[in-house]
Ligand binder design. Structure first.
Ligand SMILES: CC(C)(COP(=O)(O)OP(=O)(O)OC[C@H]1O[C@@H](n2cnc3c(N)ncnc32)[C@H](O)[C@@H]1OP(=O)(O)O)[C@@H](O)C(=O)NCCC(=O)NCCS
Length: 163
């Protein structure tokens, strides 16, 4: 049995020889982790989560039933709440590169982030919001809104019908 399977008997690694999980990581039962992914020291990952291949998961907090698709960068300090979907190639950031303090994105319950999106430092994406593919999210997103573009703009608010 591989060392990762001994440490995390309730977690399924697609190929444990091709995954690194550093010390002080917690992972809930039923979670699946793809190959060539790196889970950094201190990460907290809930149960029934899917983490695809080629992901870099820093010291962050990930809730229950979250899906993180292939090739995502989840930077240190990010909080991802329950039932969030993170499409392939999403990048989260925590440093504005202007010398100030780090600030951390938060993705609230049930939000869906389209593939290739970039989430800037300190941005909160409200519960149930949808971020279109390829968006650059520079400001907080209200719950239930649909946004896309660079910079991402609100296209639809919660309760509004699609035109
Ligand atoms: C944002 C999204 C949900 C909108 O879907 P929709 O409401 O069906 O939108 P439509 O396809 O009818 O497009 C409406 C308009 O928005 C534009 N648009 C749609 N998605 C866009 C995006 N991600 N970025 C920029 N413009 C976009 C369309 O070009 C169209 O513009 P037009 O009216 O000038 O022709 C969808 O396009 C999207 O990006 N989904 C995410 C897909 C994804 O990443 N999945 C991950 C798992 S595979």
């Amino acid at each position: 049995m591989h060392e990762l399977e001994e440490r995390f008997p309730d977690v399924r690694f697609y190929n444990p020889r091709l995954t690194e999980v550093q010390a002080d990581v917690s992972i809930g039962p039923g979670t699946r982790i793809g190959s060539f992914s790196l889970i950094h020291r201190g990460a907290k990952i809930g149960g029934s989560v899917t983490i695809g291949s080629h992901c870099n998961i820093c010291e962050c907090t990930i809730g229950e039933r979250v899906s993180i698709q292939t090739a995502c960068h989840i930077t240190r300090g990010v909080v991802i709440e329950d039932d969030v979907f993170v499409g392939p190639g999403v990048i989260t950031l925590n440093d504005k590169l202007k010398g100030g303090a780090l600030s951390y994105p938060r993705i609230c319950r049930g939000a869906r982030i389209g593939g290739g999106s970039v989430i800037l430092p300190g941005v909160t994406i409200g519960a149930g919001a949808i971020v279109g593919a390829g968006s650059v999210v520079t400001r907080d997103v209200e719950a239930g809104a649909l946004i896309h573009g660079s910079p991402a703009q609100v296209r639809l608010r919660a309760g509004e019908a699609n035109a």
